[in-house]
Design a binder for this molecule. Structure first.
Ligand SMILES: [Zn+2]
Length: 269
């Protein structure tokens, strides 16, 4: 059983009107977790003061970032019932250090015009990831974007040409140029563009703030606004943008919080 399913089931009080004893129950998660599940339709969920969208079938999703603190508070109010507060423990994880050398200096320390472009692209990506749509493509679980060898994991502290940089907010699959890439779930294409770092990039909105991202593509085979189904071909993998070789950089986020994609996907390989 995959982590997200276990995580969802670890919130038993969400599905029914909880007894007072259960109100104090704790559920365990870890940094980088995407949590999905269902509550009684019509219930309201508030995580650390943020009201979560609840779908017509009770679908919900939330995520914990790489550097999330040790706990969160979830308030569940069943339809017509009283609010019940749950304490969620968020386990700390150890992150790897990944050293990458041999990148062209212009890609590690870009010039001012390129920095401006990177800023615009960062804003555009943030705006797309902030979309809160009623789609529920995240609810059935996800399929793999492609099969291949994992060459980079989520959360690694990166050192590029000897200089510390942002952590790695996705996972990498080493696959040859031209490998077909599949949408991991149903959703709407919200971005299909060529970015400086990410190269040719596709982002899919799966609803409730859950987004998947496919970077360094060779060919983009979809357009913004298009609806896609799980497993549908959207692009081929490549080596565009900042890369040292052909691979898919795959990202998963809950709004602007990157989460670890691997526990939410079937095993790779
Ligand atoms: Zn990557």
């Amino acid at each position: 059983m995959r982590f997200t399913r276990r995580a969802a089931l670890a919130l038993p009080a969400l599905g029914a009107i909880p007894a007072p004893r259960e109100a104090a129950s704790q559920a365990s998660f870890s940094q980088g977790a995407l949590v999905t599940g269902r509550v009684q339709p019509g219930a309201t969920l508030v995580l650390d003061g943020k009201r979560l969208r609840v779908g017509p079938g009770g679908e919900y999703a939330f995520g914990f970032g790489r550097d999330h603190g040790p706990s969160s508070t979830l308030i569940v109010t069943p339809p017509g019932g009283r609010p019940v507060q749950q304490h969620l423990e968020v386990t700390r994880r150890q992150w790897k250090i990944q050293k990458i050398s041999g990148l062209p200096p212009g890609q590690v320390n870009p010039d001012s015009a390129t920095l401006e472009r990177i800023g615009r692209e960062r804003d555009k990506l943030a705006a797309v990831r902030a979309i809160d749509s009623p789609l529920t493509g995240f609810a059935p679980g996800f399929v793999l974007p492609a099969h291949g060898r994992v060459s980079g994991v989520f959360g690694s502290q990166r050192v590029l040409n000897g200089e510390p940089r942002m952590p790695h907010y996705g996972f990498d699959l080493a696959i040859p140029v031209g490998t077909p890439l599949a949408a991991i779930g149903a959703g709407r294409i919200t971005l299909a563009e060529h970015f400086f770092f990410f190269g040719k990039l596709v982002v899919i909105d799966h609803g409730h703030g859950v987004n998947s991202l496919y970077a360094h593509c060779n060919d983009i085979e979809c357009r913004e606004g298009q609806m896609v189904q799980p497993g549908e071909r959207i692009a081929t993998s490549g080596a565009t943008g900042r890369v040292t070789g052909p691979h898919l950089h795959f990202g998963l986020s809950w709004f602007t919080t990157w989460v670890d994609p691997q526990p939410s996907l079937p095993p790779v390989g």
